[in-house]
Ligand binder design. Structure first.
Ligand SMILES: CCCCC/C=C\C/C=C\C/C=C\C/C=C\CCCC(=O)SCCNC(=O)CCNC(=O)[C@H](O)C(C)(C)COP(=O)(O)OP(=O)(O)OC[C@H]1O[C@@H](n2cnc3c(N)ncnc32)[C@H](O)[C@@H]1OP(=O)(O)O
Length: 216
């Protein structure tokens, strides 16, 4: 897969930030506000008397955004330009309100690493992270680890092992590392651990180096 000018551990320094850190740009600020709304919606008192008004105001905001939305084909081209890929993805994208968003750095040993504290929108079991959310995060982190390793691909298999419940509201460390490349087959591993170093989730992924045409 063409990585363009994406940094790799052989060409870049330890600690290179591989994701788009949120900027003080209007779209980043608006997306951060939307993320707050999703979280606060789950936290607010169900008897909050103002929820009808909240629905009205949010619909008015959505109407405004939709009125200013270009055709999907046009937006897709724009999204995939430049550093696009890390601006809008659902794990690290500052422009994507469903992304926590996680900042990932590449280390000189070839691994990538990030920290995140997940809150109610990501809940599965009571007080714990939804298993599908853990799989989403790790799939993406392995994808970034492959790019940092120098050869990326499409996920063909993701074997997820849930060792113990993953807590919400606590800092978690997410890591990924490319282990081997044989032709087009890339083997990559990763994990989510607590601050105490307990492994909650570990994954092994098989990625296949395949060309994915960018929207043009
Ligand atoms: C991913 C886009 C990223 C854009 C990249 C741009 C810049 C990068 C910059 C930064 C990176 C940042 C972010 C990236 C982060 C995350 C990535 C997200 C990951 C995803 O979210 S991605 C979506 C989910 N993913 C799919 O949507 C895949 C659907 N699927 C397919 O598109 C095909 O299925 C494909 C391509 C997988 C293979 O198809 P194909 O035709 O190219 O290959 P083919 O069949 O010829 O197999 C060749 C050899 O692989 C073996 N093989 C194939 N598949 C296997 C399997 N499943 N299990 C075991 N072995 C398998 C065969 O057995 C054969 O082996 P052998 O050669 O030994 O016979």
């Amino acid at each position: 897969m063409d990585l363009g000018s994406h940094p790799t551990f052989e060409s870049h320094d330890d600690g290179t930030v591989l994701t788009s850190a949120p900027q003080d740009a209007p779209v980043d600020r608006a997306t951060a506000a939307a993320r707050r709304v999703v979280d606060a919606m789950l936290r607010t008192d169900r008897a909050n008397a103002n929820l009808d008004r909240v629905a009205e105001e949010l619909n008015s905001i959505a109407d405004h955004l939709e009125e200013h939305a270009p055709a999907v084909a046009e937006r897709l081209i724009d999204m995939w330009n430049g550093e696009g890929v890390t601006r809008h993805d659902p794990v690290t994208g500052p422009e994507n309100a469903i992304a926590p968003p996680i900042v990932l750095e590449g280390l000189s040993d070839g691994s990538v690493r990030g920290e995140v504290t997940l809150t109610m929108p990501y809940q599965g079991p009571p007080g714990c992270v939804h298993g599908g959310v853990s799989a989403l995060i790790l799939d993406h982190v392995l994808g970034v680890a492959n790019a940092w390793g120098g050869q990326a691909g499409m996920t063909a298999q993701l074997n997820v092992r849930y060792h113990r419940p993953t807590p919400l509201f606590e800092p978690l460390t997410v890591t990924g590392r490319q282990m081997s490349v044989e032709g087009r087959k890339i083997n990559t591993v990763g994990s989510i651990t607590t601050a105490d170093g307990e492994v909650c989730v570990s994954v092994e992924g098989l990625f296949i180096d395949a060309a994915v045409p960018r929207p043009r």
